[in-house]
Design a protein around this ligand. Structure first.
Ligand code: BG6
Length: 514
């Protein structure tokens, strides 16, 4: 049974920003509805926008309601929840002004009799990730006043923009907070379907024996979106798909797919294993980068029959921008389990669908007994649909009823909506509750992050040197650059014969199977 978190106070930096409105407050409200928030909880919004408590609550209200997709939340409950929200405004860049926050924390702790426990959430732009902890320290807000108390800090992504800045940020944070107090959030790890990968692998005896180079031909990990960069052109120009999606979300997914079984289900034991995956990734340099990693940028095209502009014509994007909106990479994990098995990671904006999934492509049978059977790799595949349409499908050959031995590919398909009545909890709900309870299992550890940056860094530097050379353009609404399909021909054109009729088990994002 899920239990509520102990009494504590939450400080949200960037409280008037987009993330707080779209994700944090709706998730906190969901936790409230499920009676999982601490007793006498106080959410203290901190930002430089001038609001009274009432104005702040009103600003959050509409967003929380819109989160419920037309199914309006109970108005009384929403009001009761919003009474927990309070607000302080000050210039968060000016350490001297943090006395305002210090006073507010003291006031609310005394008023609600909250023990010495404070959780900070850095929902601000990354430029503030180093400054805020420094200012907290300047006012003694980084340490509890008593041995029973605690301070914790949740840091949003992107965590650094290259290896050096990630190292610097880690060093800065660790000089102010202890490692166990730092929660580096990656919302993909909060997704129910991502966590289920651990259960699928380690609570079942049937998959794990096959989960290695002897049986697996290739692994495909993808997230595609129909959306472009929306109003985030300013941020995205500096990030690009590699920093925005690959270095964190996709690589974290990969670590769950590739990790060894932990000795216990203890946060550190799990994070030890995921960190090892990052540390065994083969690094590329120079020409290898062009061979194994493809970057693309969308030009104008159509999404759902609606014309959409090119990336270079988006708001706050430079007309000669070389920022990538698509990445495909062939990653090799040089360890005993995965030696020789390619992991294909790809992600893109302005693709035909919004979809995230992991596909394990299995090797073929050693012999073709049936004339019409699917041959070659990936006739058998296990597809873990992270979103939408959450589920797990196993694809295999079956005998066509009737005379002879005609073989057809079919799927056993488990769908979450067949067992879960309500929608799945939002990733932020899970992660906020975990941080409130002090469980860091689903948060990234510094060594893992640094190892992922050391793989990504040379690629980013190479692209910077290359300018527009090798940047592949793809039409919005298309399946991405042709070069990416060539890179991943193992999984998209495996050169096998695979009689297939209907059904929804073929979910290839890029090209239909041959
Ligand atoms: C965010 C990225 O971390 O993840 C966005 O900054 C991206 O660019 C988003 O759209 C995708 O998340 P989800 O949960 O919608 O797949």
């Amino acid at each position: 049974m899920i239990t509520k978190a102990d009494k504590q106070l939450l400080v949200v930096f960037g409280a008037s920003g987009d993330l707080a409105k779209r994700k944090l407050m709706p998730s906190l409200f969901e936790l409230y509805l499920r009676d999982l928030l601490p007793d006498d909880f106080v959410i203290l919004g901190a930002s430089r926008t001038q609001y009274s408590d009432e104005q702040y609550r009103q600003a959050q209200k509409d967003f929380i309601s819109s989160h419920f997709d037309g199914d309006a939340p109970d108005a009384q409950k929403l009001d009761a929840f919003l009474q927990m929200a309070h607000y302080v405004y000050f210039d968060t860049e000016d350490c001297a002004q943090y006395s305002v926050l210090k006073d507010a924390i003291a006031k609310w702790r005394a008023e609600k009799n909250i023990p010495d426990r404070v959780l900070y959430y850095l929902g601000t732009p990354p430029v503030m990730f180093a400054k805020i902890p420094e200012c907290l320290k300047a006012h003694g807000l980084n340490k509890p006043d008593s041995a029973e108390g605690w301070r914790r800090i949740i840091v949003e992504k992107p965590f650094g923009h290259d290896l050096q800045s990630a190292l610097d940020l880690n060093a800065q944070l660790r000089s102010i907070f202890q490692e166990k107090e730092i929660y580096r959030i990656d919302h993909y790890l909060g997704k129910e379907t991502v966590q289920n990968m651990l259960v699928l692998r380690f609570a079942n005896g049937i998959f794990e024996p096959l989960w290695n180079r002897n049986y697996v031909y290739a692994v495909e990990i993808s997230t595609t979106e129909q959306l472009g960069v929306e109003k985030r052109g300013g941020y995205y120009e500096k990030a690009g798909a590699m920093r925005d999606m690959v270095q964190n979300h996709l690589m974290q997914l990969m670590s769950f797919v590739a990790m060894e079984a932990p000795s216990t289900f203890d946060p550190e034991a799990i994070r030890d294993e995921t960190a090892k995956v990052f540390k065994t990734i083969r690094h590329y340099a120079g020409g290898e980068i062009d061979k194994h990693v493809v970057r693309g940028q969308y030009v104008s095209g159509k999404i759902n029959d609606q014309g959409v502009p090119a990336y270079r014509d988006e708001e706050k994007v430079s007309q000669d921008s070389n920022t990538e909106t698509y990445v495909a990479a062939k990653i090799m994990i040089d360890n005993w389990r995965w030696g020789g098995v390619p992991f294909y990671l790809y992600t893109g904006k302005r693709m035909p669908d919004r979809k995230a999934e992991v596909v394990i492509h299995f090797k073929s049978t050693p012999q073709q007994l049936f004339k019409s059977q699917c041959t070659g790799p990936s006739c058998n595949k296990l597809t873990i649909r992270i979103q939408p349409d959450e589920g797990i499908a196993l694809r295999f050959g079956f005998k066509e009823p009737g005379a002879g031995f005609d073989v057809r590919q079919v799927s056993m398909d488990f769908r979450y909506d067949s067992v879960v009545a309500k929608h799945l909890p939002d990733a932020y709900e899970r992660l906020l509750l975990d941080a409130m309870k002090g469980d860091g299992t689903l948060f990234a550890r510094s060594d893992a992050l640094e190892a992922s940056w050391s793989f990504v860094d040379p690629i980013l530097n190479h692209w910077k040197e290359q300018g527009e050379t090798n940047l592949q353009f793809y039409a919005a609404g298309s399946h991405g650059p042709d070069k990416a399909v060539e890179l991943m021909e193992d999984i998209f054109y495996p050169g096998h014969s695979c009689p297939y009729e209907g059904g929804d088990d073929i979910r290839t994002n890029i090209a239909p199977e041959g």
